[in-house]
Design a protein around this ligand. Structure first.
Ligand code: ATP
Length: 347
């Protein structure tokens, strides 16, 4: 991984000396000076609004497992969604496998780029088709409906997530439903996987198995994973890199060994200390503003909150020819089930 100053962070795919060219070519996810503001109802950032994400740069190489940490509202989900092609940004700002995730739909449709997160309780989307995940259908039908999948991979996922194929999706618990969602999202051998806290409902066994499986995917296949989470159980030795974001800005992007050198606390305690310091600084800043007679908080600009699908509303208003967003499934009953395995994108 390389950080914003271009230093080699020593990622799994990083080489030195004569291998520099090879190392450079193995950059899988590249974010350069990313700037993003949620569009208003006219599809453009409201005048006077400060960018939510600003000057954010990052490069991840094959095999990197990156933990994305930060306080609530720091911008983690927004960054993952941008990387997953759900929000439109300048194509030069974000390259995944050398392509623009927003503009190149094939990247997600092929399953090379996979995003797991979002409003999974309601529905699950594959290659743009949205299917209710709470309907009366068996787990088997859901999982075996995904075509073009290596049967061995499918069996392994069913085993590690301990899925009972006879489960009826409208009757299972949240954790069981989540396991099916994760299984479906991982069926195709992704090259880049974006995880937005998907383990909340998993029991410790399922979570442990999943983390081990994901690690193996990076080590053996050179996949890249970016995982945003607030849950640090079992993560002390999981990531190869830790990226800390605050107020939409990159604060730290370090290999795990460097984080360990900086602090002899557990990863959770280390991140906790970063967030505590951030909170302290915010408090100080507000105090100074107050002392200067200014409002304690930055004035928020009306109209920047987007309800629903920002990518779609932006595309609609800007009429750039891009038909972003969901294709609503016309599937009427389970007998019609047919899935591609690309996971939840552009919802
Ligand atoms: N659709 C939207 N329109 C406008 N602003 C939004 C939208 N979604 C999120 N935001 C704002 O963007 C900021 C970052 O949100 P984001 O969800 O990326 O944070 P996060 O780091 O993932 O937080 P959490 O840890 O709570 O999940 C927040 O201040 C939020 O209010």
């Amino acid at each position: 991984m390389a950080n914003e100053s271009g230093d080699d962070g020593g990622g799994a795919g990083g080489g030195g000396g004569g291998a520099a060219a090879a190392a450079a070519s193995s950059v899988v996810v590249e974010v350069k000076n990313l700037r993003f503001t949620y569009p208003g109802i006219d599809g453009h950032p409201p005048p006077g609004s400060a960018p939510l994400i600003d000057g954010f740069s990052l490069a991840l190489r094959a095999g990197d497992r990156c933990l994305l940490v930060g306080s609530n509202g720091a911008g983690k989900t927004t960054i993952l969604k941008i990387l997953g092609g759900k929000h439109m940004v300048d194509p030069d700002m974000v390259r995944v496998l050398g392509r623009s995730a927003f503009h190149d739909v094939a990247l997600t449709a092929s399953g090379d780029l996979s995003y797991l997160g979002g409003e999974w309780r309601r529905d699950i989307a594959f290659a743009g088709f949205e299917v209710a995940i709470q309907m009366d259908v068996s787990a088997e039908k859901m999982i075996y409906g995904v075509t073009g999948v290596d049967p061995q991979r499918k069996d392994e996922l069913i085993k590690i997530l301990d899925i009972d194929l006879s489960w009826r999706m409208h009757k299972v618990s949240d954790g069981q439903r989540r396991r099916v969602q994760i299984c479906m999202g991982l069926l195709k051998p992704f090259k880049v996987l974006l995880l937005d806290e998907i383990t909340v409902d998993l029991d410790v066994l399922a979570r442990g198995n999943l983390l081990r499986y994901l690690r193996k995917e990076c080590e053996e296949r050179g996949a890249v994973i970016i995982y945003a989470t607030h849950i640090f159980d079992g993560l002390d030795d999981w990531p190869s890199h830790v990226v800390y974001v605050a107020h939409g800005k990159l604060q730290l992007a370090l290999p795990l060994e460097k984080v360990k050198e900086m602090s002899n606390l557990s990863l959770m305690r280390t991140v906790e200390s970063w967030l505590r310091k951030e909170k302290e600084e915010n408090r100080k800043r507000r105090k100074e503003r107050k002392a200067m007679g200014l409002a304690e908080y930055d004035k928020s600009v009306e109209g920047s909150r987007v309800v629903g699908d920002p990518a779609r509303s932006a595309a609609r208003v800007m009429n750039n020819g891009w038909a972003a967003g969901r294709l609503h499934s016309t599937v009427a009953g389970e007998e019609n089930f047919f899935f591609s395995s690309n996971s939840v994108l552009r919802q």
